[in-house]
Design a protein around this ligand. Structure first.
Ligand SMILES: *Cc1c(COP(=O)(O)O)cnc(C)c1O
Length: 343
């Protein structure tokens, strides 16, 4: 039987959470003399620590219960909270599948947690045979699976993800930052089924609010409960909660823009493939393309000199550039520059 309390750090189970003024009195009307706020101004009040209005809107769209979601100051805060809830510094371990998103390893280092790296295979898929021996490792608390994966752009095999969730004794953190650009189904619905699954999504990509810094975790209420116990009480500002709420009032526009980006991705992919500097355009389920070129460093520098900035990922994957899909105009500027290239 899965027991979350066996995975949570002892000090996290024991601690008394900070109790803020808004925890003691939950009403919304009255004379508020309880939080040492300044009575003057318009942004003078502390934000709702549990972001109830925003959560209600998200839950309505996603079809989940409010006790099953947590909002972080970006996905980055959620990644950090995973380490703080589950990993004893200097003792426990986490697993990642490189090349992948850099924050998992940085956050592990900050929390003094050792990282086991099991590289993706030639198809950029998880090597199941290689990780099976770790499934019962009591010190291994977290596995971070990014799907669609950054920077490779592809989804991990659905059946592999499910096999890992079912057989690994620790927590699987599934990062779905790019899932809105993919045709593969999200795992959000499976959080009811699997008490060791945390699915992360974000306002930073398809929703177009990277500056607002809001990440969403979908999980079993027992895990959400621990996130709430240790988060900084006012982790999302009122301005940011309102910006996010406002964005959710026009889902149709968001879907339209996502479709534009997906169509541009396909156009850009075929145009890039026809250039003589291109060795390979990898298939993408995200809003970026990974391409292998003849001389990535030179092409990167050439583009920077033309004020076009892409991400040089050569240090992770030989001679590869990661190119975010922009507007038609921006993509044309990139293509024009690459056609004029003369290295
Ligand atoms: C961009 C990105 C995120 C988003 O992080 P935020 O902190 O929510 O902006 C999360 N995961 C991956 C893999 C990303 O590429």
């Amino acid at each position: 039987m899965f027991d979350i309390n066996k995975l949570v750090r002892e000090n996290i189970k024991r601690l008394t959470p900070y109790s803020c003024a808004r925890d003691d009195y939950k009403g919304t009307t009255g004379v508020f003399l309880d939080a040492n706020e300044n009575p003057f101004g318009s942004l003078n009040r502390y934000p709702d620590p549990y972001q109830q209005k925003l959560k209600a809107a998200i839950c309505k769209i996603k079809g989940v219960q409010e006790t099953s979601i947590f909002l972080g100051n970006g996905s980055d805060e959620i990644i950090d909270l995973c380490f703080r809830v589950f990993c004893n510094p200097g003792i426990d371990k986490a697993m990642i599948f490189p090349p992948t998103y850099g924050m998992y390893e940085v956050s592990a280092s900050v929390n003094d947690v050792a990282i086991i790296k099991v590289p993706l295979n030639n198809e950029f898929q998880i090597n199941i045979k290689e990780i099976e021996p770790y499934f019962k490792d009591e010190k291994l608390k977290l596995m971070f699976i990014c799907s669609p994966n950054n920077p490779t752009g592809n989804c991990m095999n659905h059946s592999d993800i499910e096999y890992i969730i079912r057989n690994f004794d620790g927590i699987v953190v599934l990062d779905e930052a790019y899932s809105d650009f993919s045709n593969e189904a999200s795992f959000i619905d499976k959080t009811d089924l699997y008490p060791n699954l945390i699915v992360m999504q974000t306002f930073s990509k398809a929703l177009g609010l990277a500056s607002v810094r809001i990440g969403i975790a979908f999980s079993d209420p027992a895990i959400i409960h621990y996130f709430n116990r240790i988060k900084p009480p006012y982790n999302i500002s009122t301005i940011n909660q309102e910006a996010a709420l406002n964005k959710l009032t026009d889902i149709e526009l968001i879907m339209k823009q996502v479709n534009v980006i997906k169509n541009e991705r396909e156009r850009l992919a075929s145009e890039l493939a026809s250039l003589n500097i291109t060795c390979k355009v990898f298939p993408s389920d995200a809003n970026f393309l990974l391409i292998k070129v003849k001389d990535a460093n030179n092409i990167y520098n050439y583009l920077v000199n033309n004020e076009i900035i892409v991400r040089n990922r050569s240090s992770l994957i030989d001679n590869c550039l990661r190119i975010t899909v922009g507007t038609k105009d921006e993509n044309d500027k990139l293509l024009d520059a690459l056609k004029r290239i003369n290295l």
